[in-house]
Design a protein around this ligand. Structure first.
Ligand code: NAD
Length: 263
């Protein structure tokens, strides 16, 4: 029982940057062969290059997670490259715009749901059959603290992430008997492009005050770094977590530990 991923294949969506890139590198350092998926081809190729520079094996597959044919395509590409999929990090996501619910743009609402919720569903839809044929696997879906609590101005994002937790619970209950474990991670603010976009939307022009306000609501006093989220994803994907399925795991520096921290 260990976090040894030698002879394993890990498939990561949203791998062109942030949490997905850090997790791709962490899987590779632990011995996995890695398939990086993203709609951002230069960013995805760069992640694959970084994996190879670190001595690992990686392929990049360009795909939009909202398109069923492209999701089927990335699962097939992983099989073509490495013959199996042991670990699947279903992670691609977008933040949408910050606006109160009564003013939230209807088309943008659909887009956020399409990427964050339907994209995760399509990943499950096309990777689960592969794992069923293999006789097992481990899946981690990226939810958020916004999957377990409201967040003013982010109605589409919050709805999508609550949905990811519902999908995770349901699929875990359906496939546990088949040796497939499915969990969700719920990061709080993490230092990636996404949190910088939300800061910029809250205070156009790059005021430091938003970052300070966000960080002051976190008991540990800082954002997570993507490598910390990667550590949790690897643990949940490893044999050490063999009896863990259907769960959602906060990694938020204590942000949701107190109702006051929700402000
Ligand atoms: P990020 O913007 O760096 O990464 C998101 C990646 O998803 C990008 O590489 C982007 O190109 C890709 N992507 C977006 N739409 C796609 C599509 N339709 N098809 C394929 N790829 C697509 O930000 P991140 O923080 O690393 O986000 C990763 C995940 O973590 C997201 O699901 C996000 O909601 C979640 N999350 C982030 C934070 C945070 O504070 N950064 C907090 C909680 C949850």
């Amino acid at each position: 029982m260990s976090m040894d991923f030698r002879n394993k294949v890990a498939l990561i969506t949203g791998g062109a940057g942030g949490i997905g890139r850090a997790t791709s590198l962490a899987f590779a350092k632990a011995g996995a062969r890695v398939v990086v998926v993203d709609r951002d081809a230069p960013g995805g190729e760069e992640t694959a290059r970084q994996v190879r520079d670190a001595g690992g094996e990686a392929r990049f597959v360009a795909a939009d997670v909202t398109r069923s044919a492209e999701v089927r395509g990335y699962a097939q590409a992983a099989l073509d490259a490495f013959g199996r999929i042991d670990c699947f990090f279903n992670n691609a996501g977008i933040e949408g715009k910050v606006a109160p619910t009564a003013e939230y743009d209807e088309d943008l609402f659909d887009t956020v749901i399409a990427v964050n919720l339907k994209g995760v569903f399509l990943g499950l839809r096309h990777v689960l059959p592969v794992m069923l044929r293999q006789g097992g696997g481990a899946i981690v879906n990226t939810a958020s603290t916004a999957g377990v609590a409201g967040s003013p101005g982010l109605s589409a994002y919050v709805a999508s992430k609550h949905g990811v937790i519902g999908l995770t619970r349901t699929a875990a209950s359906e496939y546990g008997h088949a040796g497939i474990r499915i969990n969700a991670v719920c990061p709080g603010p993490t230092d990636t492009r996404m949190i910088r976009s939300l800061e910029e939307q809250s205070a156009p022009g790059g005021s430091n005050s938003v970052r300070e306000r966000y960080q002051s609501a976190i008991p540990i006093g800082r954002y997570a770094v993507p490598e910390e989220i990667a550590n949790l994803v690897l643990f949940l994907s490893s044999d050490l977590a063999a009896s863990i399925t259907g769960g959602q795991y906060l990694i938020d520096g204590g942000r949701l530990a107190s109702p006051a921290a929700l402000r």
